[in-house]
Design a binder for this molecule. Structure first.
Ligand SMILES: *Cc1c(COP(=O)(O)O)cnc(C)c1O
Length: 382
């Protein structure tokens, strides 16, 4: 039975009993090659860089959970991003969000600029800025919403219509929202990208990336890049992400609930200056978030009234439940200092220009008991 209800969809996505044994879970096909009956006579699997049954089950699941036709899994989120940029040729232009994951910015500026692709960074929270930046050379628009770490919201449908008019491809990094909260393809995006390392995996035990799309030609091009460049995930990692997807809805529900509690607690704290969480009605573009997302998630950032790096450092090293680490989206809560950790690859002037101050603290609110999480932040801030 095919259901559009998220809980049913996430649990059954891509799950077919193994035809040879009836195993309810797709086995980990730890193999590099497949025996052929005669040259060219095979069962759809030739060599595991090109096809693997565990990966195939995951790729089907990825398509299902993002309401797309096709899914492709990569060895990391940045490998998925890398594949999208390889659709382009020297001379092509990309319009990218000014505020996005540091590793994406690094890949664009440090790797791809030298191959003759140019990147224009604009504040995409106002879709008009995207429209103004379009030139005949614009081939790709890259956005992230909500953004990391300031939770800036971009109107996906508005950018999709601008992109369509310009004949460009719109790719949305949907890592922060996860398919539980937002489905960019439904809003007109051409490609959805995920760092499956985060909410899809959900247990901080795997590095992986994903692309999902509807257009067959685009899928063929990206599949060609996937097998030609070889950034494919191993079968065990595919198994872990498949397993993670089965509980995405219950985890996300709790991330949202805990995120709401922590965001509201911090907002009322006398030592806290500002909390960046897209669930607040006065958060910039909250109306758009409300329109395009089903909830507001467990990612948030905040600054202290004492804006010194020293004061932030005290909180960062003072939490006991929130572990000081990069990454996000796991069941356990993490605390992070973007300026010196996740976003250190962005030059300080660029960071400040985008509102990412030295004192900013980012939280990935996990699914532990919310009262314990609040208690932990309380003792660390006080
Ligand atoms: C982590 C992350 C990436 C990169 O993914 P990896 O799996 O670490 O390669 C890209 N975008 C966002 C928003 C991320 O959080």
């Amino acid at each position: 039975m095919k259901s559009e209800k998220l809980a049913t969809k996430f649990i059954h996505a891509g799950a077919e009993p193994d035809p040879s044994t009836g195993a309810i879970m797709t086995p980990i096909f730890q193999t590099s090659t497949y025996v052929q009956a005669a040259p060219g006579q095979h069962k759809g699997y030739e060599y595991a860089r090109s096809q693997n049954p565990t990966r195939a089950a995951l790729e089907t699941a990825l398509a299902v959970i993002e309401n797309g036709k096709y899914g492709l899994a990569f060895s990391s989120g940045v490998a998925a991003t890398d594949a999208v940029i390889k659709l382009l040729s020297p001379g092509d232009e990309v319009i990218a969000a000014a505020d996005m994951y540091g590793g994406t910015y690094r890949l664009f500026t440090k790797i791809f600029e030298k191959f003759g692709i140019s990147f224009k960074y604009v504040d995409t929270t106002n879709a008009e800025n995207v429209s103004n930046a379009i030139t005949p050379k614009t081939k790709l628009i890259w956005i992230e919403t909500p953004t990391n770490p300031l939770m800036n919201i971009t109107d996906i449908a508005a950018v999709a219509s601008i992109s369509k008019k310009a004949g460009a491809i719109l790719c949305v990094d949907n890592t922060f929202a996860s398919p539980y909260l937002q489905n960019p393809l439904d809003l007109g995006a051409d490609i959805v990208m995920h760092s499956s390392t985060k909410y899809l995996g959900g247990h901080s035990d795997v590095i992986q990336g994903a692309l999902i799309m509807n257009d067959e030609k685009l899928k063929d091009q990206l599949y060609f890049i996937q097998k030609s460049c070889g950034a494919v995930p191993g079968p065990f990692d595919c198994f872990l992400v498949l397993r993670g997807i089965k509980t995405l809805h219950v985890r996300m529900k709790q991330h949202c609930e805990n995120g709401t509690i922590v965001a509201n607690y911090l907002r009322k704290h006398p030592k806290v200056e500002k909390v960046f969480w897209c669930g607040f009605t006065d958060h910039h573009n909250h109306d758009i978030a409300k329109k395009q997302m089903r909830g507001f998630g467990g990612m948030l950032s905040f600054t202290l009234k004492d804006s010194s790096t020293e004061a932030a450092m005290k909180v960062l090293s003072g939490t006991k439940l929130f572990s000081l680490a990069e990454s996000l989206g796991g069941v356990e809560s993490l605390i992070n200092h973007p300026a010196s950790m996740t976003h250190a690859s962005i030059p300080r002037e660029e960071r400040l220009k985008n509102g990412l101050s030295d004192g900013l603290i980012r939280l990935s609110v996990g699914i532990e008991d919310a009262e314990d999480l609040v208690e932990d932040l309380k003792q660390a801030i006080n």
